[in-house]
Ligand binder design. Structure first.
Ligand code: AHM
Ligand code: MG
Length: 338
């Protein structure tokens, strides 16, 4: 008879267990994280069926029941927004999918402490070719008084004010990873019981790695400092910690997840065409910067710490350099020469 080697801790049990150390905690943050986990399971089911759209009906078409088939990113946005709107922990949301933030106006939501920001389906261009995609989210304590509707001020806080951040990766297995100031923990979805189970406790990002992730197609549009660093990565040999490996999936969630676990650096620099790069500060860069910092890594825009940037717009973009501390320090040294 085979027996499990240690107690299986589900996401729900884990978040409840964490509360024991905080006798005055209200459980709202735990509730919000569990809500996100619930929506992620629903999104996961749809993502797994993505290859069947030609059979079941294309997005934007009408399915056999006469209902509109929603694009997956719209579906994901509706799931996360819906679960938070009907939960008891979140007073409002902002999403990469929506032009403006949403203030939940029912009495329970208005009295909640937190706001949540997310990219409901990151890397959605990869859906058609069955490559990993993900969800990224960020949680802040609101700055306006509980009992009133949230305002833009609640969402435009610097990333260092996050109380939690996380992501889901819909890949060869589905994972939910989240960070609070206490640590980063990863949960793998066990499809047989439909639960996220603690599989990666207390994740630390190795101080050095051998992986660099960047879109090489833009090389000649990068600054001299970035080009110099990429050149240095390519010249690593076994005598100085190399050789390095270049890995770029084109789904930030999957690329940064791999580098978090194995050690590495991910870059989405500004280009001559797009000096601010592509990634959004509030929905992509801030949550990952928070997670990586809690795990021992670093994140910058090439000049300053991502978590210190004071946002001025919900959808603002920023160059992003993120990863193992040693590699980030070396990147800084390269960039400082130009
Ligand atoms: P999206 O939010 O529109 O999906 O775009 C973000 C994605 C990231 O996941 C990924 O790192 C990046 O775009 C890839 O962009 P590029 O193809 O320009 O390298
Ligand atoms: Mg995105």
């Amino acid at each position: 008879m085979s027996i499990v080697s240690r107690k299986v801790l589900t996401l729900d049990e884990f978040t409840i267990q964490q509360l024991r150390d905080f006798p005055h905690a209200t459980g709202e943050l735990s509730g919000l994280l569990r809500d996100m986990g619930l929506a992620a399971k629903r999104v996961n089911v749809e993502v797994n069926k993505a290859g069947l759209v030609d059979i079941l009906g294309d997005a934007g078409a009408v399915n056999v029941q006469g209902e509109d088939v929603k694009k997956l990113d719209v579906f994901a946005n509706n799931q996360f927004t819906g679960v938070l709107q009907h939960g008891i922990s979140c007073a409002g949301i902002a999403s990469e999918e929506l032009d403006d933030f949403v203030a939940f106006d029912d009495a329970v939501s208005k009295n909640s402490k937190y706001v949540c920001l997310y990219d409901p389906l990151d890397g959605s261009g990869n859906i058609d070719v069955n490559v990993s995609i993900g969800t990224i989210f960020s949680v802040y304590r609101r700055v306006t008084p509980q009992g009133t509707p949230v305002t833009k001020e609640d969402f435009l806080q610097p990333g260092r004010m996050q109380v939690a951040a996380g992501y889901m990766v819909y890949g060869s297995s589905t994972m939910l990873v989240y960070a609070t100031r206490r640590g980063v923990n990863g949960f793998t979805l066990d499809p047989s019981i439909g639960e996220f189970c603690l599989s990666h406790p207390d994740i630390k990002c190795p101080e050095w790695g051998k992986i660099y992730s960047v879109n090489h197609g833009n090389f000649f549009q990068y600054s001299k400092g970035v080009q110099q660093y990429i050149d240095a990565c390519q010249r690593r040999t076994k005598d100085n910690g190399g050789p390095y490996t270049q890995r770029y999936i084109g789904s930030m969630v999957a690329d940064v997840h791999r580098n978090l676990i194995k050690g590495g650096i991910f870059m989405y620099p500004g280009t001559t065409d797009k000096p601010k790069g592509k990634l959004r500060l509030l929905y992509e860069s801030n949550p990952f910067a928070f997670i990586l910092e809690v795990a021992g890594g670093r994140a910058t825009n090439g000049k300053e710490r991502i978590l210190d940037i004071v946002p001025t717009e919900l959808h603002q973009r920023t160059p992003l350099f993120i990863g193992s501390k040693g590699m980030m320090d070396e990147l800084d040294a390269c960039m400082a020469q130009y």
